[in-house]
Design a protein around this ligand. Structure first.
Ligand SMILES: *Cc1c(COP(=O)(O)O)cnc(C)c1O
Length: 421
């Protein structure tokens, strides 16, 4: 459920007509709903009620400062994957003891930054990383709290590019190495292995892969405890999928996911962390764009809109589907026709949808691409020298620009000219 609904014939974000925001900031722009972000965070938090837990929002999904502050005020922790994300989380007021650090390629500088600034735990992804983290922490006279990410060899049955838990994927250590790696950790001066981490992929639409992975985590917890390791925290990753298409069968709810966690891991008396990203932010945002031209095609007509693949790359990168709706509510029974919806970028990959049935549209009409709050703005680029588009946050009847559109001058000024030119 989200808070983008038609009211009086106009698509609203909460109590604000999106057309009013379009007038104020120009198109294209991203728009996020505070009520939806809040609702989604609370669904996870409530799903784990009664268990010692922390919901660490995977901020790579949407790392705008205003989004982080909204979630931080609700008690969210953050899952960060770079020094930049760590800095963003701290700048948004998230305390270090609510930040977990994931990622396969942490550098010495990133480790030092998090150790000095405060960190809840590092999710360590390899043996060389464990050695390096110990050396960096020991050199600072510290001991780094660590969960080791295990690769459970489970197929998340999701898109190839976002499956992370199969043995051929680059993430985590093979479960067969776990005993040796935890033993090594115990012998190192600068790390303390306190937990186990797992994350098997993104946009999962069934619970079975989670169940398989968490079952392996439960077994491993018992075995490592027998080996003498004090495993007291389990980080279960993110990955629960969202409905990108209205009306189709929806993925499992956070409450079902919480029940699964309770059933598979509840008796271990561990502190539970989860790292949802997409489900918190995805359906809390949309991308508003204007029709620039309607161009006759050989098959469908083209709607050439002012948003492009550089603003939202998911269709080009993953073949992803986004529902597309007009900002003016179509009359019931109004005629429709199939359109190919494309952006202005000079690549055929710059296509948002093919043969999409929409009411008849004309130049200047406004559209919304739904489910664009996660992996949207954060993956944007300035390809074709199209400045990054603004982001807007709505809260009830108020809205605010939370990242402004840079001018062409600001975009160009980031380049510097060498002395010989
Ligand atoms: C991307 C990622 C997440 C979030 O995944 P979602 O599908 O957005 O919930 C969580 N943990 C790790 C380690 C990730 O890489």
């Amino acid at each position: 459920m989200d808070h983008f609904l038609y009211n009086g014939g106009k698509l609203h974000a909460e109590d604000v007509p999106l057309s009013r925001i379009a007038e104020a900031v120009g198109t294209p722009f991203y728009c996020y709903s505070t009520a939806t972000l809040t609702r989604h965070f609370k669904l996870f938090d409530e799903a784990l009620q009664g268990m010692d837990h922390l919901v660490c929002y995977a901020m790579k999904a949407n790392s705008n400062q205003a989004v982080l502050r909204t979630l931080g005020a609700l008690g969210a922790g953050m899952d960060v994957v770079s020094g930049g994300e760590y800095a963003r989380a701290r700048a948004a007021g998230i305390p270090g003891d609510r930040i977990v650090f994931s990622g396969v390629g942490k550098t010495r500088e990133e480790m030092r930054m998090a150790l000095e600034g405060g960190i809840r735990q590092f999710n360590v992804e390899s043996e060389p990383e464990l050695e390096r983290l110990s050396a960096v922490a020991a050199s600072l006279g510290l001991s780094a709290p660590v969960a080791i990410r295990i690769n459970p060899d489970v197929d998340a049955r999701t898109h190839e590019k976002i499956a992370t838990g199969r043995k051929e994927d680059k993430f985590g250590i093979p479960i067969s190495r776990a005993h040796a790696v935890y033993a090594r950790a115990a012998s190192l001066p600068g790390v303390e292995a306190i937990g186990i981490d797992v994350h098997i992929g993104s946009q999962l639409t069934a619970l079975e892969p989670f169940e398989q992975a968490y079952g392996k985590v439960a077994d491993l917890t018992r075995q490592l405890r027998q080996d003498g390791h004090d495993i007291r925290r389990l980080d279960l990753g993110g990955g629960l999928g969202i409905p990108y298409t209205r009306g189709n069968q929806a993925p499992p709810l956070p409450s079902d996911y919480g029940a699964l966690i309770r059933r598979t891991l509840g008796d271990l008396e561990c502190e539970i962390e989860i790292e949802p990203g997409r489900l918190i932010a995805g359906n809390a945002g949309l991308l508003v764009s204007e029709v620039v031209y309607v161009k006759q095609g050989e098959g469908s007509d083209f709607l050439i809109i002012d948003a492009a693949m550089n603003d939202l790359i998911r269709p080009a990168m993953y073949g992803a589907h986004h529902d597309i709706v007009p900002l003016v509510e179509p009359e019931p029974g109004a005629p429709t026709k199939p359109y190919d919806i494309v952006g202005p970028v000079c690549e055929s990959g710059d296509t948002f949808a093919k043969g999409r049935e929409l009411p008849l549209l004309a130049e200047g009409d406004l559209l919304a691409l739904r489910s664009a709050g996660a992996y949207g703005a954060v993956m944007a680029s300035e390809y074709n020298s199209r400045p990054l588009i603004p982001e807007v946050l709505v809260n009830g009847d108020q809205f605010a620009v939370i990242r402004k559109r840079p001018s062409y001058e600001e975009m160009i000024e980031r380049d510097t000219i060498p002395h010989w030119l």
